[in-house]
Design a protein. Structure first.
Length: 286
């Protein structure tokens, strides 16, 4: 059996009882190590699970599924994923490949940022399409995520923005020369994401601004290390968020749409300034 096991968002103890039983009896245990991270390393997981864990990078998952799933027809193979196993399309692809090989599979679900984002007080059923904000490079600065945020806001929906993670990346030079040298991991912060959003705002035609468009005064919400003991939530304007240090990764960002008074009341708990509190008090009184 090929198992995809969710680990949750915090540390080694967030695995479910069902997931832990699978890990402890599996022939091999892999840890997907590029779409997200836990607050603890592989060694802490191995100590708690009592099992050796094999790190599975992007190349292994996407190009070496035969190795990953070897013996899954006769033995249990566990593939561990931070959050929920189906929070990324890569893992759906793994299921399809397992089926193509005639293998049985089971998914053990767990908490992910997709539902844990409710911690900020904005109701889950009021969210629209989730977007990803990527690191901008000097010659590559895409803006498509901004337009999706506006579409959500036009519908009165909140937007969860997942922020870019760079794991085991190579420079163009090392890639072309075939040198197995990788750049240090990078994680897009909430402040960097807001800086990019405000840069897009500056580029857009100011004469065509609508109520759905973002401005430096738009209230947004940053969350960091959701599910961990040092979880942090902050509600600030986009301009304020550009200078706000949310600490170590992972960060996510929410751009609210139309807010119910209870959402405003809850969000006020995390306001970083009087300006934001005053705005949310108006929301409460609607």
């Amino acid at each position: 059996m090929f198992y995809l096991v969710g680990l949750g968002l915090g540390d080694a103890t967030d695995i479910t009882v069902k997931g832990l039983e699978i890990v402890r009896k599996a022939k091999r245990v892999y840890l997907e190590a590029y779409t997200s991270i836990l607050t603890v390393g592989k060694e802490a997981l191995e100590a708690f699970y009592g099992r050796e864990i094999i790190l599975a990078d992007r190349d292994m998952v996407e190009q070496a599924s035969d190795e990953l799933m070897a013996d899954a027809d006769t033995d249990d193979i566990a593939f561990l994923v931070v959050g929920d196993p189906l929070g990324a399309t890569t893992h759906t692809d793994l299921i399809l490949r397992a089926v193509e090989k005639g293998l049985q599979y089971k998914v053990v679900h767990n908490a992910s940022i997709m539902n844990a984002i409710g911690c900020c007080g904005l109701q889950l059923y009021n969210y629209g399409e989730t977007v990803s904000i990527v690191f901008w490079e000097k010659d590559w600065q895409p803006e498509s995520f901004y337009d999706k945020i506006l579409i959500n806001r036009e519908r009165g929906m909140h937007t969860l923005c997942l922020l870019d993670i760079k794991m085991k990346e190579q420079t163009i030079e090392n890639l072309m020369k075939g040198r197995p040298i990788y750049e240090p991991p990078r994680f897009l912060s909430a402040s960097q994401a807001c800086q990019q959003l405000l840069e897009i705002v500056k580029r857009r035609d100011a004469d065509k601004v609508t109520d759905s468009d973002l401005t430096p005064d738009t209230v947004c919400v940053a969350v960091a290390r959701v599910g961990a003991s040092d979880q942090k939530i902050a509600a600030a304007t986009l301009a304020e968020m550009c200078d706000l240090d949310m600490g170590s990764p992972l960060h996510s960002l929410v751009i609210p749409g139309h807010m119910h008074p209870l959402e405003g009341e809850m969000l006020k708990l995390f306001a970083v300034s009087d300006r934001v509190r005053e705005f949310l008090e108006v929301v409460e009184k609607r």
